[in-house]
Design a protein around this ligand. Structure first.
Ligand code: FES
Ligand code: FES
Length: 162
């Protein structure tokens, strides 16, 4: 039996995209395999690890739990687009400076999830940062440096010291 193919039209990182996609293909596989946007990673493939995090219409989602066809008409943003726009340059710099990444596999998802927390402004407590990031797994860093980096950026954005 041949796979059902559906045409979708969406924007990805501000660019219009029109593609024929298998109905069963996940959003993260579509982004990686069809569009070559490999910054979104595939870990658990069942919504646990957060490696596949992307934004759809401004809200972070698990790219492995959403089908590409569900994004017809949507605005999708990946780590490539958000990074190129400079939106998270301070977070990226803080992750680098504080060794908040090692292998980097979790990092795109961590950055997008952290940005979702910080875009509302204010300085969350370390507990709030940990809770917000609790759906993103990191096998390398032990999380302390990640929390340090996110906290530092929150303070810096508020105008305090790093
Ligand atoms: S790959 Fe999607 S949550 Fe793990
Ligand atoms: S830096 Fe390796 S999984 Fe987080």
């Amino acid at each position: 039996m041949s796979a059902r193919v559906i045409e979708v039209a969406l924007t990805v990182n501000g660019e219009p995209v029109r593609e024929s996609v298998e109905a069963r293909k996940t959003l993260v596989d579509f982004l990686r395999e069809d569009l070559g946007l490999t910054g979104s990673h595939v870990g658990c493939e069942h919504g646990v690890c957060g490696a596949c995090t992307v934004r759809v219409d401004g809200v972070i989602v698990r790219g492995c739990l959403m089908l590409a066809v569900q994004c017809d008409g949507a605005r999708v943003e990946t780590i490539e687009g958000v990074s190129d726009a400079g939106e998270i340059a301070d977070l990226q710099e803080a992750f680098h400076r504080r060794n908040a990444l090692q292998c980097g596999y979790c990092t795109p998802g961590m950055l997008l999830t952290a940005q979702e927390l910080l875009k509302h402004g204010g300085v969350p407590s370390r507990e709030e940062i940990r809770t917000h990031l609790s759906g993103n797994y990191c096998r390398c860093t032990g999380y302390h440096a990640i929390v340090d980096a996110v906290e530092a950026v929150a303070r810096a954005r508020r105008g305090g010291e790093r």
